[in-house]
Design a protein around this ligand. Structure first.
Ligand SMILES: [Fe+2]
Length: 262
């Protein structure tokens, strides 16, 4: 989320990769540029910090140059149920640094979203057929970019046993339902943002408050600039099945309570 979020990722991710021996890192970058979309330039900062894949979201193309960026850099994914004519891809099989294959897919939810996106459940069903977990893919990561926790928990159960991790993004607020579902899929309904939490979901708080209280707009939203908390989810997978054997909520720096792998 904005400059504060980019800084937290750039400063903290290289060390996290080392300390926790991370094999593969997915960063949701959709609000990394001024809180609206992601520019090509800022995607490079996330990759240099150690991201293997960057996902977007409903704001995928708020920065115009991402129309080109998502075609030029295959490591960037936009939601697979975005407009059919949108550039780029919504899912892809990646080679992790340790030689394993990691399939990443992103889909948009339908509940409380501004646009009526196509059914994410059937789209993910179709996408996951290309890389079955424990066969073609050693790990499957699904970024479900959606507003409602109910829809995100539902997606976790729908994909239980077919993905290593279903993690929600989009609300900017981390949830505390981190768990491994009965079929072996790790779930956290929202990863939260890498951003300044002395804010309203990452935005400088005065203008959002003004709009809530008075119903009137005065200024544009601008990202809050205090120290960011890096928020995310760590998952360890079984070498044979690709299912989760451990999942931990990650929070480092900034105002939120800290947590992460021991
Ligand atoms: Fe979003």
């Amino acid at each position: 989320m904005g400059r504060a979020g980019r800084k937290a990722v750039a400063e903290r991710l290289p060390q996290l990769r080392k300390d926790w021996r991370l094999d593969f890192v997915v960063v949701n970058g959709e609000n990394a540029t001024g809180g609206m979309g992601l520019s090509i330039g800022h995607s490079k900062i996330l990759f240099e910090a150690g991201a293997d894949c960057v996902t977007l979201g409903d704001h995928a193309f708020d920065q115009r140059d991402m129309m080109k960026g998502v075609e030029e850099d295959q490591r960037i994914l936009r939601p697979l149920n975005y407009a059919a004519i949108a550039p780029g891809k919504g899912a892809r099989l990646f080679d992790a640094a340790n030689g394993k294959k990691v399939f990443v897919a992103q889909a948009l939810g339908q509940v409380f979203m501004k646009k009526p996106f196509a059914d994410p459940f059937s789209h993910l069903d179709q996408a996951l057929k290309a890389a079955p977990l424990g066969k073609t893919a050693d790990a499957v990561i699904v970024d479900f970019h959606a507003e409602a926790t109910s829809e995100k928990m539902g997606m976790g159960h729908w994909l239980d046993g077919r993905a290593s991790l279903v993690v929600g993004t989009h609300t900017h607020v981390p949830t505390s339902d981190t768990q491994i579902l009965p079929g072996g899929t790790a779930l956290q309904s929202d990863a939260g943002m890498c951003g300044d939490y002395n804010s309203v979901i990452g935005m400088e708080k005065m203008e959002p408050l003004r709009r809530f209280v008075t119903g009137m707009n005065k200024e544009r939203f601008t990202p809050a600039t205090g120290e960011a908390t890096l928020s995310g989810v760590f998952v360890e997978t079984d070498d044979k099945t690709g299912l989760a054997i451990d999942v931990v909520q990650v929070r480092q720096g900034g105002r939120l309570q800290q947590s992460g792998p021991a």
